[in-house]
Design a binder for this molecule. Structure first.
Ligand code: FAD
Length: 513
């Protein structure tokens, strides 16, 4: 059997690309290593509760709708807005409100910073205006080989490309320092939390635009429901999806991909290969280093991804919890603000760290038994902190379970400061660590949110997309196919899927709604 395109990985990006290609009549095979589709955008079940493996909500619902329509999917999907709150010893704020009301609330809490806040928000609003649709007009956000349909015009430059480059290389701390002096305020505006500002001005503008103006939403079909819809479309259009079919290597001849070899030893040929596997895994594990230009490989190896996290899933009796302090579906909570200690113990000091609490049953009331609730607790952790417990794929040392359990209990106990009664309300517990996201989620070192957001890496890659590669006819899709998550997670995965499909079909200049 021959294929026009082999897609490695059935995440949102892989399925999205396959759905677009099969709708255009291409013969597509999707190979997925896990026993389910959807990648990290899927769910798992424990004792009557259903929990999300990764994404809890996402931005740009209209673009998601228009992408599904372009893939021939007509489903009626409603979207519920998710709100976000921060509670720290010095701040309690709903920050997913419109920028003007965030500014007003901050001016009330920090009256001495009022003029600085005016100036900061004026600059931020102007930068958002210049950058919000940058992917539609800036050449760096278009595939290099973008071919235009006859009669279509090239996208016009609607702002100054050099300024965009400057924003992507300028640490946002510089903008904050220019206008403000209070460290709590600067950390909040520079990280939407309590962390030190690290990102570029460009990423900061994307982040506030998504949080406050576009909004963050959850779909009525569930995020895993989007993967189901895409997979159904692929199958309906004659495509093939094989789960439990990991790819071992990508076959390359004279700089051009010719197909793949599966873990079971099957050789499959196709003129195009699309990888939904992140670029580090693809180039460092699935390709032979000899086939890849050295400088490109060195950049892939040296540029960091975002880190990973510890995630605790709780099935609850909600009436036992005092929810008064939690005023939004997502609460970022830090109990204490003390100087951060050095060493690995600092990561376990949950009282002094920011914890995300998401009341998952707000978004997915049908994911809990009648009268029950669910909560997801997340705290960032580096992969290296857990690496010593991993002895092989899905294999752990004897102490791993006990350590995981101790961290889980500690995290619940600290969260109880925000939600009194939480400890007694828990009926079901499951915990994921960075090792889980590496071995089940299949991400390099369990990374969760794309390439690093740190400003100093703003110049690692030439363009903003990694859809095309130095290997002919090998394309990428998914969140790691963009060096910045300019549309947030799920929509960026769909956008890159759209561009990769367009590159193969020769119609990259599809109109965006
Ligand atoms: C814990 C966590 C929380 C997140 N929270 C959010 C959020 O709130 N909002 C948001 O928008 N995004 C979030 N994300 C990011 C989210 O994962 C993506 O937005 C979305 O799922 C798109 O993923 P993707 O297309 O890049 O592919 P992935 O989901 O990474 O899928 C890649 C697929 O490739 C498969 N694969 C890997 N190796 C092989 C191989 N050798 N052979 C065959 N198949 C292979 C994998 O099994 C997987 O199915 C989160 C991610 C994680 C892990």
């Amino acid at each position: 059997m021959s294929f026009d395109v082999i897609v490695i990985g059935a995440g949102i990006g892989g399925l999205g690309c396959a759905a677009r290609l099969t709708k255009a009549g291409r013969r597509v095979l999707v190979l997925e290593k896990n026993n389910h589709i959807g990648g990290t955008a899927y769910v798992f079940h424990r004792k009557g509760f259903t929990f999300p493996m990764g994404p809890l909500s996402f931005s740009f619902p209209d673009r998601v709708r228009s992408f599904l329509a372009a893939a021939g999917i007509e489903a009626e999907i409603g979207f519920r807005r998710n709100h976000f709150q921060l509670i720290s010893p010095s701040l309690d704020i709903i920050y997913s409100a419109r920028l003007n009301s965030v500014k007003r609330e901050l001016a009330n809490a920090f009256p001495h910073e009022k003029p600085g806040l005016e100036a900061f928000f004026r600059d931020l609003t102007e930068i958002i205006r210049q950058t919000e649709d940058v992917h539609l007009w800036h050449p760096d956000y278009w595939p290099k080989t973008a071919r235009l349909k006859p009669g279509r015009e090239k996208p016009r430059l609607s702002s100054d490309p050099a300024r965009i480059l400057e924003y992507s290389r300028t640490p946002c701390r510089r903008l904050l320092d220019r206008h403000l002096s209070d460290p709590t305020l600067k950390n909040f505006l520079g990280s939407q939390g309590t962390s030190e500002p690290e990102m570029s001005v460009l990423t900061l503008a994307f982040m506030w635009n998504v949080m406050s103006e576009v909004g963050i939403w959850s779909p009525s079909c569930g995020i895993h429901g989007l993967a189901d819809l895409l997979a159904e479309a692929v199958m309906r259009n004659g495509g093939d999806i094989r789960v439990n079919s990991g790819v071992k290597d990508i076959r390359i001849e004279k700089g051009r991909v010719t197909g793949v070899r599966t873990e079971s030893g099957e050789a499959l040929a196709a003129p195009w290969v699309v990888s939904n596997v992140d670029p580090k895994k693809t180039f460092l594990e699935l390709c032979s280093a000899a086939d890849i230009p050295r400088p490109f490989l060195a950049t892939i190896a040296a540029t960091p991804y975002t880190g990973s996290e510890l995630c605790v899933y709780l099935g609850l009796e909600p009436q036992k919890v005092d929810w008064k302090r939690m005023r939004a579906t997502h609460l970022f909570y830090q109990h204490k603000e003390e100087p951060i200690r050095a060493g690995p113990e600092a990561f376990e000091d949950f009282e002094n760290r920011e914890i995300e609490l998401c009341r998952w049953s707000d978004n997915a009331p049908d994911h809990v038994p009648p009268g029950k609730g669910s909560l997801v607790l997340r705290v960032s952790f580096p992969y290296d902190h857990f690496a010593g417990y991993r002895t092989g794929e899905k294999k752990r040392t004897a102490g791993y379970r006990a350590y995981k359990s101790a961290l889980t209990q500690k995290l619940i106990a600290v969260s109880e400061n925000a939600l009194p009664g939480l400890g007694t309300a828990v009926e079901v517990v499951e915990t994921a660590t960075p090792l889980t996201y590496a071995d089940w989620g299949r991400r390099y070192q369990g990374s969760i949110a794309g390439w690093t957001w740190r400003a100093e890496h703003g110049r690692s890659f030439k363009g903003k997309l990694l859809i095309e590669t130095p290997l002919q006819n090998l394309l990428f899709v998914g969140i790691y196919a963009a060096t910045e998550l300019f549309l947030g997670g799920v929509p960026t995965a769909m956008h890159t899927a759209d561009l990769a499909a367009g590159t193969i079909l020769g119609d990259t200049n599809r109109d965006e709604s």
